[in-house]
Design a protein around this ligand. Structure first.
Ligand SMILES: C[S@@+](CC[C@H](N)C(=O)[O-])C[C@H]1O[C@@H](n2cnc3c(N)ncnc32)[C@H](O)[C@@H]1O
Length: 224
């Protein structure tokens, strides 16, 4: 896959991203969380643990800066679905993401919708097969009920052993998980403006000897 990341194009694109993001932030400050897109450095840190052969779903794609970091990691566009609530941002993604390629490479699934209903948005055959859900949704500003609904929806499309990678501007995780979930702060960019953090959430495997070694996941007991 040939990515067309020439410098002039990038500056032009970034200016467009910044101005659209700011415009949408004025309309929906809580939904966007910050007044500017994620920094390239933070996006690169969030994408770093993901392997090129993974199937990934990004929720809260904004203007696509994190999407571009995922594609730069080598994730095949066929294996990437991005979900965004805001129709202006979805339109922008549809216009700008294909422009990164040589014109022959397909672009990712770009889906307008609410990540709370993730399993109904992504291709049906993906449910239960996704390696990583990457989230930049500003969970910390959402009501607890909505926060948990989004995280539940993300866990529900993952394959066993899959993970959620969540980017946030707080050093504290926005979710209080029970002991059934491993949560680790996998990157801390204190010098980012604002400081940015990456959290990784995975479900602990529970091996039940009485069910002949069948692996179970404590899906019903994720939260404290
Ligand atoms: C911090 S911004 C995203 C930053 C973006 N990933 C980037 O690379 O710059 C959060 C995004 O989440 C979107 N969002 C908020 N709630 C959402 C929801 N329930 N479902 C899908 N997207 C949502 C917002 O519209 C916004 O574009």
């Amino acid at each position: 896959m040939t990515l067309n990341f020439n410098h002039a194009y990038n500056i032009h694109l970034r200016k467009k991203e910044n101005s659209l993001f700011f415009k949408q932030w004025i309309k929906h400050p809580g939904r966007l969380g910050t007044l500017a897109p994620i920094s390239v450095r933070l996006a690169t840190s969030a994408a770093a643990p993901i392997d090129a052969n993974e199937r990934a779903v990004e929720i809260g794609a904004g203007t696509g800066r994190l999407t571009r970091a995922l594609l730069e990691k080598g994730i095949h566009p066929h294996n990437l679905a991005v979900v965004e609530l805001d129709s202006s941002l979805t339109t922008f993604l549809k216009k700008t993401l294909p422009g990164l390629y040589d014109g022959q490479t397909p672009f990712p699934h770009i889906i307008e919708g609410d990540a709370t209903y993730l399993d109904t948005l992504i291709p049906a055959e993906w449910v239960g097969t996704v390696d990583t859900v990457v989230s930049a949704i500003p969970l910390m500003y959402l009501e607890k009920k909505q926060r948990l609904a989004i995280i539940d929806a993300a866990f529900n499309v993952l394959k066993p052993g899959g993970r959620i990678i969540h980017v946030t501007y707080s050093p504290k995780s926005p979710i209080e998980f029970s002991t059934a979930i491993n949560q680790t702060r996998t990157a801390s960019l204190w010098m980012n403006i604002p400081p940015g953090f990456v959290w990784t959430y995975t479900q602990k495997e529970v091996t039940n000897a009485q069910t002949e070694g069948v692996t179970q996941y404590e899906a019903q007991r994720r939260y404290s």
